[in-house]
Design a protein around this ligand. Structure first.
Ligand SMILES: Cc1cc2nc3c(=O)[nH]c(=O)nc-3n(C[C@H](O)[C@H](O)[C@H](O)COP(=O)(O)O)c2cc1C
Length: 179
């Protein structure tokens, strides 16, 4: 059975909740999937595929996300990786296109990575949880927002089952030929 790690870089928890939902969907489809914050991933031993989630802040990735990819570069270039970014707080095409651009810009720093799928999900803002310097008047003024669409998230996770499994099978086939 393919072991899938859903590794996420989050500041206020909403990316972690999406990662948990993805792991649950993958488990329901028979994969051995767990969600874990990138900061607590020491090694990728036994992991056959990774779903990597990153929250965007001020047009950039959380720094821990870059560190994770750098640290595990050698393993990640040999296994399938799917990527999701979080997340616009306004439901307009411009916001999603912009976020996708910022997600892709981060990916460009890791040109060796060839994700099997990349997507952006709407984000969540809970103003009462914001800490300095995020708790500035402009952010607080936005009020509470939650654009996470759990159906869409579930569908994307479903779409990964075959891709991750196929890719894992494909890698095994390549390794078998080399031997
Ligand atoms: C200070 C601040 C800056 C943000 N900047 C961006 C951004 O540049 N692009 C974007 O798409 N979302 C941005 N967001 C929205 C977050 O990505 C969204 O709230 C996400 O769900 C946060 O994930 P987390 O709860 O896992 O930290 C920002 C949120 C805050 C509070």
């Amino acid at each position: 059975m393919a072991k899938v790690l859903v590794a996420y870089a989050s500041k206020y928890g909403s990316t972690g909740e999406v990662a948990d939902a993805i792991a649950t969907t993958l488990r329901n489809r028979g994969l051995d999937a767990v969600a874990q914050p990138v900061e607590s991933v020491n090694d990728l031993e036994g992991v056959s595929a990774v779903v990597f989630g990153v929250a965007l802040y001020f047009f950039r990735w959380r720094g821990s996300a870059h560190k994770f990819l750098k640290r595990h570069h050698r393993t990640l270039e040999r296994i399938p990786v799917a990527v999701f970014g979080m997340g616009p707080l306004e439901d307009s095409p411009d916001q999603y296109t912009g976020a996708r651009g910022h997600l892709d810009k981060g990916l460009e720093k890791h040109a060796w990575l060839e994700p099997v799928s990349v997507t952006v999900f709407g984000g969540r803002l809970a103003p009462e949880h914001l800490r300095f310097p995020d708790n500035n008047p402009a952010m607080r003024q936005m009020g509470a927002v939650d654009l996470r669409d759990w159906d869409e998230i579930g569908k994307w996770a479903e779409s990964l089952v075959e891709k991750l499994d196929d890719a894992v099978q494909g890698k095994h086939a390549i390794e078998a030929q080399v031997r």
